[in-house]
Design a protein around this ligand. Structure first.
Ligand SMILES: Nc1ncnc2c1ncn2[C@@H]1O[C@H](COP(=O)(O)OP(=O)(O)OP(=O)(O)O)[C@@H](O)[C@H]1O
Ligand SMILES: [K+]
Length: 303
């Protein structure tokens, strides 16, 4: 069976909320603390799995550290029906994101740990997995060299690549020739193409560059014209994971052979549903939930 493979980060989000930010040398008592599985790679794999009809049709490649977070995160992937036998455990710490919620805003410190130690040097089965994939999904929380190698391999083997250049890196443009879809948000777009207006950049990469604009929707050039596919307004509770949900849903729709604009519309419904629930993975909808939405189109036939 053809599958989607996600190669990317697997991290634990350590979320603290506080009414005060301590000064240097000060200790304060905060409001609450929780640990939630995260990492853009793992998040997108979960988004894909929730929308898949077959079990373990998504494979995760990446690495965790030899610690308790690593074990928990692998368990979380398995609980989400993600095939993760080839996720490596390496003598490192597992990646973490320390998130402080203060005054309705996030302050985030990321320690990439094992995510930044991923190397393809030891890969054998991993290349086979990629070779058997229909679509490979990449983000920017693992080393650029790894992404580039994978993208080149996929190009040589005519495997489609969806590349979500988040967070932005200076080297991102090196990926452009080797990927089929690239999905920056507005800010990442500006980092990618500082000298090009949105319309000009999209025109240069028709049906390939897809820019998510938050509540304003999603922009692309379809070869004929510039278009914005509107977002669906929602009573947003927590927009964390909107982008990951968008990418995961888009990947599923593309792998089911939906035309690009239809795939975007499907992903817009998914991300609209995701912002109405807490957490990145916590808010990711199932296929059933999307099918229950009034904007779902029967012709999509995503079974
Ligand atoms: N408040 C919202 N209401 C409805 N839909 C939203 C909202 N925010 C985001 N979306 C949907 O999610 C898509 C992706 O959002 P956005 O462009 O903010 O990505 P992002 O910056 O990668 O997200 P994040 O980093 O928060 O996960 C948007 O194109 C839109 O369709
Ligand atoms: K959410």
């Amino acid at each position: 069976m053809k599958k989607i493979t996600v190669v990317g980060s697997i991290s634990m989000d350590l979320v603290t909320s506080t009414k005060k930010i301590p000064e240097a040398g000060e200790t304060i008592v905060g409001q609450s603390f929780s640990m939630v599985p995260g990492g853009k790679g793992a998040n997108q794999a979960v988004a894909i799995s929730r929308l898949s009809t077959e079990k373990t049709s998504v494979t995760m490649l990446g690495a965790v550290g030899d610690d308790t977070f690593g074990k928990e995160l692998i368990l979380n992937l398995k609980n989400n029906q993600i095939f993760c036998d080839n996720v490596g455990t390496i003598p490192q710490i597992t990646g973490i994101a320390q998130i402080t919620i203060y005054d309705n805003d996030n302050r985030i410190i990321i320690i990439p740990g094992a995510n930044s130690a991923i190397t393809t040097e030891t890969w054998t089965q991993e290349w086979e997995t990629i070779k058997e994939s229909e679509l490979v999904v990449l983000q920017n929380e693992i080393p650029h060299e790894v992404n580039l190698q994978i993208a080149k391999f996929c190009k040589a083997n005519t495997i489609k690549v969806l590349y979500n250049p988040a967070p932005a890196r200076k080297t991102d443009t090196e990926m452009l020739d080797f990927v089929d879809y690239i999905t920056p948000n507005e800010h990442e777009y500006k980092d990618l193409f500082p000298d090009l207006s949105l319309e000009d950049g999209l025109k240069k990469y028709p049906n390939k560059l897809i820019v998510t604009l938050g509540i304003k929707g999603v922009a692309l050039h379809d070869g004929t014209q510039f278009q914005v596919i509107p977002a669906i307004p929602a009573k947003a509770i927590d927009t964390t994971g909107a982008g990951d949900t968008f990418n995961g849903a888009f990947a599923v729709a593309i792998s089911k052979k939906l035309e690009i604009k239809e795939a975007i519309k499907f992903a817009v419904i998914a991300s609209h549903l995701s912002v109405q629930k807490f957490g990145a993975q916590g808010g990711m909808p199932t296929l059933k939930e999307i099918k229950g939405h009034e904007n779902y189109e029967k012709k999509w036939n995503l079974e």
